[in-house]
Design a binder for this molecule. Structure first.
Ligand code: 2AM
Ligand code: CA
Length: 269
Protein backbone atom coordinates (compact mmCIF):
# COMPACT_ATOMS: atom_id res chain seq x y z
CA UNK A 1 0.00 0.00 0.00
CA UNK A 2 1.50 3.42 -0.88
CA UNK A 3 2.30 5.51 2.19
CA UNK A 4 -0.09 8.36 3.01
CA UNK A 5 1.27 11.93 2.97
CA UNK A 6 1.40 11.83 6.79
CA UNK A 7 3.41 8.59 6.92
CA UNK A 8 5.67 9.94 4.18
CA UNK A 9 6.62 13.08 6.14
CA UNK A 10 7.15 11.06 9.33
CA UNK A 11 9.35 8.60 7.39
CA UNK A 12 11.43 11.36 5.80
CA UNK A 13 12.07 12.96 9.20
CA UNK A 14 12.96 9.60 10.78
CA UNK A 15 15.34 8.64 7.96
CA UNK A 16 17.15 11.98 8.21
CA UNK A 17 17.53 11.70 12.01
CA UNK A 18 18.46 8.03 11.53
CA UNK A 19 21.43 8.97 9.32
CA UNK A 20 22.69 11.21 12.12
CA UNK A 21 22.27 8.44 14.71
CA UNK A 22 24.06 5.88 12.51
CA UNK A 23 27.01 8.26 12.01
CA UNK A 24 27.23 8.79 15.76
CA UNK A 25 26.78 5.07 16.47
CA UNK A 26 29.85 4.40 14.31
CA UNK A 27 31.80 6.85 16.48
CA UNK A 28 30.54 5.27 19.71
CA UNK A 29 31.83 1.90 18.57
CA UNK A 30 35.28 3.50 18.17
CA UNK A 31 35.00 5.19 21.58
CA UNK A 32 34.28 1.90 23.36
CA UNK A 33 37.99 1.50 24.05
CA UNK A 34 38.29 4.79 25.93
CA UNK A 35 38.11 4.45 29.71
CA UNK A 36 36.03 7.58 30.24
CA UNK A 37 33.31 6.09 28.12
CA UNK A 38 31.08 7.68 25.54
CA UNK A 39 28.15 8.72 27.76
CA UNK A 40 28.41 12.45 26.98
CA UNK A 41 28.84 11.69 23.31
CA UNK A 42 25.67 9.59 23.32
CA UNK A 43 23.74 12.37 25.00
CA UNK A 44 24.94 14.73 22.23
CA UNK A 45 23.85 12.18 19.59
CA UNK A 46 20.43 12.01 21.22
CA UNK A 47 20.08 15.81 21.12
CA UNK A 48 21.27 16.00 17.52
CA UNK A 49 18.64 13.48 16.41
CA UNK A 50 15.95 15.27 18.41
CA UNK A 51 16.84 18.61 16.84
CA UNK A 52 16.53 17.12 13.33
CA UNK A 53 13.14 15.58 14.15
CA UNK A 54 11.93 18.82 15.71
CA UNK A 55 13.01 20.93 12.72
CA UNK A 56 11.72 18.51 10.09
CA UNK A 57 8.34 17.82 11.69
CA UNK A 58 7.86 21.51 12.42
CA UNK A 59 8.64 22.36 8.80
CA UNK A 60 6.14 19.90 7.30
CA UNK A 61 3.38 20.40 9.86
CA UNK A 62 3.81 23.92 11.26
CA UNK A 63 1.93 24.64 14.46
CA UNK A 64 1.70 21.08 15.81
CA UNK A 65 2.80 20.76 19.45
CA UNK A 66 5.52 18.41 20.71
CA UNK A 67 6.27 16.17 23.64
CA UNK A 68 9.89 15.12 23.25
CA UNK A 69 12.00 13.05 25.60
CA UNK A 70 14.79 15.62 25.82
CA UNK A 71 13.10 19.00 25.45
CA UNK A 72 9.74 18.14 27.05
CA UNK A 73 6.54 19.93 26.09
CA UNK A 74 6.57 22.46 23.25
CA UNK A 75 3.19 24.12 22.84
CA UNK A 76 1.97 24.59 19.27
CA UNK A 77 -0.54 27.02 17.80
CA UNK A 78 -2.56 23.96 16.67
CA UNK A 79 -3.96 22.61 19.94
CA UNK A 80 -5.42 19.45 18.39
CA UNK A 81 -2.19 17.83 17.18
CA UNK A 82 0.89 16.81 19.11
CA UNK A 83 3.97 14.80 18.14
CA UNK A 84 5.26 12.47 20.85
CA UNK A 85 8.89 11.76 20.03
CA UNK A 86 11.75 9.69 21.38
CA UNK A 87 14.81 10.46 19.24
CA UNK A 88 16.80 7.55 20.67
CA UNK A 89 15.00 4.72 22.41
CA UNK A 90 17.43 2.09 23.65
CA UNK A 91 20.07 4.55 24.83
CA UNK A 92 21.91 1.98 26.92
CA UNK A 93 22.24 -0.31 23.88
CA UNK A 94 23.53 2.61 21.78
CA UNK A 95 26.08 3.43 24.48
CA UNK A 96 27.33 -0.16 24.50
CA UNK A 97 27.54 -0.54 20.73
CA UNK A 98 24.52 -2.85 20.59
CA UNK A 99 22.61 -2.10 17.36
CA UNK A 100 19.17 -2.36 18.96
CA UNK A 101 17.78 1.16 19.23
CA UNK A 102 15.28 3.26 17.34
CA UNK A 103 13.55 6.53 16.68
CA UNK A 104 9.92 6.63 17.81
CA UNK A 105 7.38 9.17 16.52
CA UNK A 106 3.74 9.16 17.57
CA UNK A 107 1.05 11.61 16.51
CA UNK A 108 -1.82 12.48 18.82
CA UNK A 109 -5.02 14.18 17.69
CA UNK A 110 -7.47 15.41 20.32
CA UNK A 111 -5.78 13.17 22.89
CA UNK A 112 -5.97 10.03 20.71
CA UNK A 113 -2.96 8.34 19.13
CA UNK A 114 -3.56 8.35 15.37
CA UNK A 115 -0.19 7.47 13.83
CA UNK A 116 3.04 5.81 14.85
CA UNK A 117 6.49 5.18 13.40
CA UNK A 118 9.37 3.14 14.84
CA UNK A 119 12.62 3.07 12.88
CA UNK A 120 15.83 1.17 13.59
CA UNK A 121 18.37 2.96 11.37
CA UNK A 122 20.98 0.17 11.68
CA UNK A 123 18.77 -2.68 10.46
CA UNK A 124 16.80 -0.16 8.37
CA UNK A 125 13.56 -1.74 9.60
CA UNK A 126 10.78 0.82 9.41
CA UNK A 127 7.46 0.20 11.17
CA UNK A 128 4.53 2.52 10.46
CA UNK A 129 0.85 2.60 11.27
CA UNK A 130 -2.06 4.95 10.93
CA UNK A 131 -5.33 4.55 12.78
CA UNK A 132 -7.77 2.52 10.70
CA UNK A 133 -5.23 1.86 7.93
CA UNK A 134 -3.18 -1.04 9.28
CA UNK A 135 0.46 -1.46 10.32
CA UNK A 136 3.35 -2.05 7.93
CA UNK A 137 7.03 -2.88 7.97
CA UNK A 138 9.59 -2.22 5.29
CA UNK A 139 13.22 -3.31 5.40
CA UNK A 140 16.34 -2.71 3.37
CA UNK A 141 15.30 -5.30 0.80
CA UNK A 142 12.37 -2.91 0.30
CA UNK A 143 9.92 -5.60 1.26
CA UNK A 144 6.74 -3.91 2.37
CA UNK A 145 4.49 -6.11 4.38
CA UNK A 146 1.39 -5.78 6.45
CA UNK A 147 1.89 -6.60 10.12
CA UNK A 148 -0.22 -8.92 12.23
CA UNK A 149 0.31 -9.75 15.88
CA UNK A 150 1.19 -13.39 16.57
CA UNK A 151 -1.75 -15.77 16.35
CA UNK A 152 -0.42 -18.10 19.05
CA UNK A 153 -3.08 -18.63 21.74
CA UNK A 154 -1.34 -20.88 24.25
CA UNK A 155 0.58 -19.00 26.89
CA UNK A 156 2.93 -21.97 27.38
CA UNK A 157 4.20 -21.45 23.81
CA UNK A 158 4.63 -17.70 24.12
CA UNK A 159 7.85 -15.69 23.86
CA UNK A 160 7.24 -12.64 26.01
CA UNK A 161 9.26 -9.43 26.12
CA UNK A 162 9.61 -7.16 29.10
CA UNK A 163 11.78 -4.35 30.46
CA UNK A 164 13.86 -4.55 33.61
CA UNK A 165 13.94 -1.38 35.75
CA UNK A 166 17.35 0.28 35.54
CA UNK A 167 19.67 0.80 38.49
CA UNK A 168 18.34 3.52 40.75
CA UNK A 169 14.78 3.19 39.48
CA UNK A 170 11.92 1.97 41.71
CA UNK A 171 10.15 -1.37 41.40
CA UNK A 172 12.93 -3.98 41.44
CA UNK A 173 11.27 -6.33 43.99
CA UNK A 174 7.91 -6.04 42.20
CA UNK A 175 9.54 -6.76 38.85
CA UNK A 176 11.32 -9.87 40.17
CA UNK A 177 8.06 -11.08 41.66
CA UNK A 178 6.21 -10.62 38.33
CA UNK A 179 9.03 -12.20 36.37
CA UNK A 180 9.08 -15.18 38.72
CA UNK A 181 5.40 -15.79 38.02
CA UNK A 182 5.42 -15.15 34.28
CA UNK A 183 8.55 -17.20 33.56
CA UNK A 184 6.91 -20.31 34.99
CA UNK A 185 4.02 -20.00 32.54
CA UNK A 186 5.60 -18.98 29.21
CA UNK A 187 8.09 -20.52 26.78
CA UNK A 188 10.68 -17.76 27.18
CA UNK A 189 11.35 -14.17 28.20
CA UNK A 190 13.23 -11.56 26.15
CA UNK A 191 14.54 -8.10 27.03
CA UNK A 192 15.76 -5.83 24.24
CA UNK A 193 16.27 -2.53 26.12
CA UNK A 194 14.03 -0.53 23.77
CA UNK A 195 10.35 -0.30 24.66
CA UNK A 196 9.42 1.14 21.26
CA UNK A 197 11.09 -1.78 19.45
CA UNK A 198 9.45 -4.26 21.84
CA UNK A 199 6.08 -2.89 20.76
CA UNK A 200 7.06 -2.90 17.06
CA UNK A 201 8.23 -6.51 17.34
CA UNK A 202 5.00 -7.42 19.11
CA UNK A 203 3.09 -5.81 16.22
CA UNK A 204 5.22 -7.89 13.84
CA UNK A 205 4.40 -11.12 15.72
CA UNK A 206 8.02 -11.72 16.76
CA UNK A 207 7.03 -11.42 20.39
CA UNK A 208 3.74 -12.96 21.49
CA UNK A 209 3.37 -10.40 24.26
CA UNK A 210 5.14 -7.54 26.02
CA UNK A 211 4.74 -5.81 29.35
CA UNK A 212 6.65 -3.09 31.18
CA UNK A 213 6.17 -0.51 33.95
CA UNK A 214 7.28 3.07 34.52
CA UNK A 215 7.71 4.10 30.89
CA UNK A 216 7.51 7.60 29.43
CA UNK A 217 4.83 8.57 26.89
CA UNK A 218 7.56 8.81 24.18
CA UNK A 219 8.58 5.17 24.77
CA UNK A 220 5.05 3.90 24.02
CA UNK A 221 3.13 6.38 21.85
CA UNK A 222 4.09 5.07 18.40
CA UNK A 223 4.16 1.43 19.46
CA UNK A 224 0.61 1.57 20.78
CA UNK A 225 -0.69 2.47 17.30
CA UNK A 226 1.48 -0.22 15.69
CA UNK A 227 0.17 -3.01 17.93
CA UNK A 228 -3.47 -1.92 17.65
CA UNK A 229 -3.28 -1.65 13.88
CA UNK A 230 -1.66 -5.09 13.77
CA UNK A 231 -4.77 -6.45 15.46
CA UNK A 232 -3.41 -6.58 19.00
CA UNK A 233 -4.82 -5.43 22.31
CA UNK A 234 -2.93 -2.80 24.32
CA UNK A 235 -3.91 -1.90 27.87
CA UNK A 236 -2.38 -0.57 31.07
CA UNK A 237 -1.77 -3.10 33.85
CA UNK A 238 -5.23 -2.51 35.30
CA UNK A 239 -6.78 -3.54 31.99
CA UNK A 240 -7.70 0.08 31.16
CA UNK A 241 -6.37 2.31 28.42
CA UNK A 242 -4.36 4.84 30.43
CA UNK A 243 -0.93 3.52 29.34
CA UNK A 244 0.47 7.02 28.91
CA UNK A 245 -0.85 8.26 32.28
CA UNK A 246 0.21 5.22 34.31
CA UNK A 247 3.42 4.46 32.39
CA UNK A 248 2.45 0.77 32.46
CA UNK A 249 1.67 -1.33 29.43
CA UNK A 250 0.81 -4.82 28.22
CA UNK A 251 0.41 -5.69 24.54
CA UNK A 252 -0.50 -8.98 22.85
CA UNK A 253 -3.22 -10.68 20.88
CA UNK A 254 -6.41 -10.49 22.92
CA UNK A 255 -6.37 -14.14 24.05
CA UNK A 256 -2.80 -13.91 25.25
CA UNK A 257 -3.39 -10.53 26.88
CA UNK A 258 -6.31 -11.94 28.88
CA UNK A 259 -4.17 -14.83 30.14
CA UNK A 260 -1.06 -12.84 30.92
CA UNK A 261 -2.57 -9.76 32.56
CA UNK A 262 -4.00 -11.60 35.62
CA UNK A 263 -0.61 -13.23 36.23
CA UNK A 264 1.02 -9.80 36.40
CA UNK A 265 -1.81 -8.13 38.30
CA UNK A 266 -1.89 -10.89 40.90
CA UNK A 267 1.61 -9.89 41.91
CA UNK A 268 0.74 -6.26 42.58
CA UNK A 269 0.71 -5.67 46.31
P1 2AM B 1 15.56 5.18 26.62
O1 2AM B 1 16.51 4.28 25.98
O2 2AM B 1 15.02 6.25 25.70
O3 2AM B 1 16.04 5.73 27.94
C1 2AM B 1 14.01 -0.17 28.42
O4 2AM B 1 13.34 -1.02 29.27
C2 2AM B 1 13.18 1.05 28.16
O5 2AM B 1 13.13 1.87 29.32
C3 2AM B 1 13.77 1.92 27.06
O6 2AM B 1 12.72 2.21 26.18
C4 2AM B 1 14.31 3.13 27.77
O7 2AM B 1 14.25 4.30 26.99
C5 2AM B 1 13.39 3.23 28.94
N1 2AM B 1 13.87 3.93 30.12
C6 2AM B 1 13.09 4.60 30.96
N2 2AM B 1 13.79 5.10 31.99
C7 2AM B 1 15.07 4.75 31.80
C8 2AM B 1 16.28 4.98 32.52
N3 2AM B 1 16.31 5.66 33.67
N4 2AM B 1 17.42 4.47 32.00
C9 2AM B 1 17.39 3.81 30.85
N5 2AM B 1 16.27 3.54 30.15
C10 2AM B 1 15.12 4.02 30.60
CA1 CA C 1 12.90 5.86 25.47
Amino acid sequence: MPASPLIKVMTDAARKAGRSLVRDFGEVEQLQVSIKGPANFVSAADHRAEEILFQELNRVRPGYGFLMEERGVVEGSDKTHRWIVDPLDGTTNFLHGIPVFCISIGLERDGQMIAGLVYNPVSDELYTAEKGKGAFMSDRRMNDRRLRVAARKTIGDAVVATGIPHRGRPGHPKFLDELGTVMKSVAGIRRTGSAALDLAWTAAGRFDAYWERNLGAWDMAAGIVLVREAGGLVTDLEGGTDMIGTGNIIAANSTMQKELLPLIRARVT
